[in-house]
Design a protein around this ligand. Structure first.
Ligand code: E4P
Length: 217
């Protein structure tokens, strides 16, 4: 499974990209507005740091506006992926852009039929928001499973399932078990992925025994 960071924080991105385990980035208007800097510069810096796909979302809701913004966003860097919301206009924008070989991430997906339509519109990525479904008492992980089963039935569907709105390590494990193509993970959760108290404890005792032995490598 590919791992994207769900972040617009360039310092955190640089820090977590040190082991080259970050395959891409997703941003959204809320994350970009939090950065407090010019969004184009933020995206430029992110695209320089991470060579994989970097999603940048349109904010227009009408079709001509979405297409116009997509052209502006595309020019920021070669690895920009255009993110459009799963609305009627978003689906049309996705179809038009995909036909022109522009990669599109269709976001704010909350149902299997939305995912099916996005795939038919040529989306490169579909972003089901699992945490926000959990928030309203539904099962977000189940949606990933449903989309996976549907997409598997059709050889001509090449849309990647990008599990989004991830809130916990358990979410990451569950979507990886299902076989989501990508999980986009907040930086706080990413840091929890490699931590285990027994790793720290084990290392401590290995090093203490080694020190006592007086040996050196
Ligand atoms: C995905 O692309 C979105 O940016 C993100 O996962 C939304 O997550 P949230 O529900 O935590 O805001």
């Amino acid at each position: 499974m590919e791992i994207f960071l769900d972040s617009s924080d360039i310092n955190e991105i640089k820090l977590l990209n040190k082991a080259n385990l970050v395959d891409g980035i997703t941003t959204n208007p809320s994350l970009l507005s939090k950065s407090g800097n010019d969004f184009k510069n933020v995206l430029k810096d992110i695209c320089k740091e991470v060579s994989g796909p970097v999603s940048a979302e349109v904010t227009a809701t009408d079709l001509p506006g979405m297409l116009k913004e997509a052209e502006i966003l595309k020019k920021i860097a070669k690895n920009i992926i255009i993110k459009v919301p799963l609305t009627w206009n978003g689906l049309q924008a996705c179809e038009i852009l995909s036909k022109k070989k522009t990669k599109v991430n269709v976001t704010l997906c909350f149902s299997p039929t939305q995912a099916l339509l996005a795939a038919k519109a040529g989306a490169s990525y579909i972003s089901p928001f699992i945490g926000r479904l959990d928030d309203i008492g539904e099962n977000g992980v189940e949606l990933i499973q449903e989309i996976k089963s549907i997409y598997k039935n059709y050889k001509n569907i090449n849309t990647k399932i990008l599990a989004a709105s991830i809130r916990s390590v358990e979410h990451v494990i569950k979507v990886a078990k299902i076989g989501a193509d990508v999980a986009t993970i907040p930086t706080k959760i990413f840091k929890e992925l490699y931590k285990h108290s027994l790793t720290d404890k084990g290392l401590e005792s290995f090093l203490s025994d080694w020190k006592k032995s007086g040996m050196q490598i």
